[in-house]
Design a binder for this molecule. Structure first.
Ligand SMILES: Nc1ncnc2c1ncn2[C@@H]1O[C@H](COP(=O)(O)OP(=O)(O)OP(=O)(O)O)[C@@H](O)[C@H]1O
Ligand SMILES: [Mg+2]
Length: 542
C-alpha cells in the first residue's frame, strides 16, 4: 500500500511542474489549520472522557493499570494520570489537570471540562475566520475579566469561622466515592489543618505535616484524628522486645545495628575453629557496644531507618535491644525522617558517637495496640512536639482506602486554599452562570474580534452547570435557562440543587468552595487553550 502511494506520488512529481506547485502551496497553507483542528479534536476527546465524573452525581471510573492493579476513582487528576494518552495535545490536558492538582488540589475535573469547552468555542471561531492569535488574546482578556468577576462575587471568610471551613470540606467530599462519610471526614480534615497552622501569620500549609496512615480493617467510620503520632511500622517482637514503654525517650538512628560490611565484594576463608570463635566474639562485642551506648544515652524507643546497603538490624542486636528493654521499630523510610523528627522532637543520629541524650524526643507513652485486626504504634504525650497531625484511616479494602485517601487529600487542599486565599464562592454552577452573564454584558461594550471572543468565552463557561445538570439526570437546557433567568433577576447564588433536581440558593444549601479553586481553573484552562491554539505544527524530535 505504502509502495503504491510512493509510486503514485513519484509519478505526480515527474509530471508537469505547474499543477504540482499549486498543490504544494495549497497543502502548505492548509497544514497549520489541519494541525490545529487535529489538536483540538484530540484534546476534546480527553475532556469528554472525564466529563461524566463531574459533580456529586458524577460517575466514577475503574482503571486497570499496567500492573493489572485496579484503581477506582472520581478524581480528575487521578483518572487522567492513569489513562494512556498518546497524542501530544491530549497530553497537555493531562498536564493541565496535574497543574490544577498542584495549585489548588481540587477542581481537577472542572479544569479539563472547561478547557474542552473553550476548545469547542475556539474551533467555532476558527471556522468563522477569526485568526488563532486573536482568539488567544481575546480569551486571555476574557479570563482576566472572569477572575475579576469571581473576586467580586466571593465571600471573604475568617479562619476562625469553622462552619465555613466544614462546609467547604463537605462540598469537596460530596462528589467522591466516600461522600456518605463526609460528616465524619470533614471535621477531621478541618481540625488537622487547624492544628498545624497559625491563622494569624500563616499563608500556606505544608500538607507533608499531616500524616495519613492507612489500615485495612473496619470501615471509613472508624477513621480518626489521633492525638500525638501513629507510625506506619510495627514494633519488632521477634526477640521478645517491649511493645509498651512509658516515659519514652525516642531516638532515630540512620546507621545499622548489624556487622559492618566492606564496600567491595570479598571472601575470607577461615579454616580454624578458634579464629571462627574470634570473629563471632568480635561481632558480639561490636553489637553489644553499640546497644550499650544507646542505652547509656537513656534511649528506650529506637526508630531505625531502612537501609539498602546492609540489614538494619540482625537477630543478635535485636536480642541485646530486648534484653536492655529498648523497643525497636525498623523500616523507617528516608522521606519520613523529617516528619518524624518534627512530630517527636528528636533529631536524626547518623553515627553512634553522636548518640547523645539531647537528640532524643520525649513522650509519655509509646504503645503498640491492636484494633480492628491490625497493629499500630501510637506515641502520645509528646513534649516539644512540632505542629503535625496524624490521621489513621480505616477501610474494608485497598480500593476504598486509596480513594478515601485521595478524597481526604482533595479536602485538605480545599482548606489549604482557604488558608492561602481566605474567600469562598458558592458551587453548583452559580459562579459560572454569573461569569457568563457579566461577560456577555461586557462583550457588548467591546469592539471587533474581542467582542466575539468574550461572547464565545461567556458561552463556554456554561459547560459546568450544563454538565452538572446532565450528570444529575436533569434537562440541561431547561435548568440552565432557568438559572440564567434567576441570575438576571439578581439571585447571585442560585445554583443547581442536584439532590432535589431544582434550583436553589447554594449558600443556604451549604455548597461552597474556595475562590482559589475556581480562579485557578479559569486561569489554567485558558492558558492551556491559548497554548494549543498557537501551535501550527507538530514535529518529531530525533
Ligand atoms: N452539593 C452540590 N450541589 C451542587 N453542586 C455541587 C455540589 N457539590 C459539588 N458541586 C459542584 O460540583 C463540581 C465539582 O465536582 P467534582 O468535585 O466532581 O469535580 P472537581 O472538583 O472539578 O474535580 P476533582 O474533585 O475530581 O478534583 C463543582 O462545580 C461544585 O460546585
Ligand atoms: Mg472536587
Amino acid at each position: 500500500m505504502a509502495a503504491a502511494t510512493a509510486t503514485a506520488s513519484s509519478a505526480k512529481a515527474s509530471g508537469p511542474s505547474a499543477p504540482r506547485n499549486r498543490n504544494d502551496t495549497f497543502n502548505q497553507k492548509d497544514k497549520p489549520a489541519q494541525v490545529r483542528l487535529s489538536n483540538i479534536t484530540a484534546a476534546k476527546a480527553v475532556a469528554d472522557a472525564i466529563r461524566t465524573s463531574l459533580g456529586p452525581r458524577g460517575m466514577d471510573k475503574m482503571i486497570e493499570t499496567g500492573k493489572k492493579e485496579v484503581v477506582i476513582s472520581n478524581d480528575g487528576a487521578t483518572i487522567l494520570k492513569h489513562m494512556s494518552v498518546l497524542h501530544p495535545a491530549a497530553r497537555m490536558l493531562v498536564d493541565l489537570s496535574a497543574a490544577q492538582d498542584v495549585e489548588a488540589g481540587d477542581g481537577t475535573t472542572s479544569v479539563v471540562v472547561l478547557a474542552g469547552s473553550l476548545l469547542i468555542a475556539a474551533e467555532k471561531l476558527l471556522k468563522k475566520g477569526v485568526h488563532p492569535t486573536q482568539i488567544a488574546e481575546g480569551f486571555q482578556y476574557a479570563a482576566i475579566e472572569a477572575v475579576k468577576i469571581l473576586e467580586e462575587i466571593s465571600i471573604p471568610i475568617n479562619l476562625d469561622d469553622r462552619e465555613f471551613l466544614l462546609k467547604s470540606a463537605t462540598t469537596s467530599l460530596s462528589s467522591k466515592v466516600v461522600s456518605q462519610y463526609s460528616s465524619i471526614l470533614a471535621p477531621i480534615v478541618v481540625d488537622s489543618v487547624l492544628r498545624i497552622v497559625n491563622p494569624a501569620t500563616d499563608h500556606n500549609v505544608d500538607l507533608n505535616d499531616i500524616r495519613i496512615v492507612k489500615k485495612i480493617g473496619g470501615t471509613i467510620d472508624d477513621t480518626e484524628l489521633v492525638p500525638g503520632l501513629v507510625l506506619n511500622q510495627t514494633a519488632i517482637t521477634s526477640a521478645g522486645g517491649p511493645t509498651r514503654v512509658e516515659k519514652a525517650k525516642i531516638g532515630l538512628i540512620q546507621f545499622q545495628l548489624s556487622p559492618p560490611k566492606p564496600d567491595m565484594d570479598n571472601q575470607v576463608v577461615v579454616n580454624d575453629y578458634r579464629q571462627m570463635d574470634r570473629i563471632l566474639k568480635e561481632e558480639r562485642n561490636y553489637l553489644l557496644n553499640l546497644v550499650k551506648k544507646i542505652k547509656k544515652a537513656g534511649c528506650n524507643v529506637l526508630l531505625i531507618q531502612k537501609s539498602i546497603l546492609r540489614d538494619a538490624v540482625n537477630s543478635l542486636s535485636l536480642h541485646f535491644l530486648s534484653k536492655l528493654k529498648i523497643m525497636a521499630i525498623k523500616e523507617v523510610e528516608r522521606d519520613e525522617i523529617e516528619f518524624l523528627c518534627k512530630a517527636t522532637g528528636c533529631k536524626p543520629i547518623a553515627d553512634i558517637d553522636s548518640f547523645t541524650e539531647d537528640k532524643l524526643g520525649y513522650a509519655d507513652l509509646v504503645e503498640e495496640a491492636e484494633s480492628n485486626g491490625s497493629r499500630i504504634v501510637q506515641i502520645s504525650g509528646i513534649k516539644n512536639a512540632g505542629k503535625t497531625a496524624s490521621i489513621i484511616m480505616r477501610g474494608a479494602n485497598q480500593y476504598v482506602l486509596d480513594e478515601a485517601d485521595r478524597s481526604i487529600h482533595d479536602a485538605l487542599c480545599v482548606i489549604r486554599c482557604l488558608v492561602k486565599k481566605r474567600a469562598l464562592v458558592v458551587g453548583g454552577g452559580a459562579p459560572e452562570i454569573e461569569i457568563s452573564q457579566r461577560l456577555s454584558e461586557l462583550a457588548k461594550t467591546q469592539a471587533g474580534f474581542q467582542s466575539i471572543c468574550f461572547q464565545a468565552f461567556a458561552e463556554a463557561v456554561e459547560v459546568i452547570p450544563t454538565t452538572l445538570a446532565e450528570n444529575s439526570g436533569l434537562s440541561p437546557i431547561s435548568i440552565v435557562t432557568e438559572l440564567r433567568n434567576r441570575h438576571a433577576n439578581g439571585e447571585k447564588s442560585a445554583g443547581i440543587n442536584v439532590r432535589k433536581g431544582t434550583i436553589s440558593d447554594m449558600l443556604r444549601e451549604n455548597v461552597v468552595q474556595p475562590l482559589l479553586v475556581s480562579t485557578s481553573a479559569i486561569e489554567l484552562s485558558t492558558e492551556t487553550v491559548r497554548m494549543l491554539l498557537k501551535i501550527d505544527d507538530i514535529l518529531a524530535s530525533r
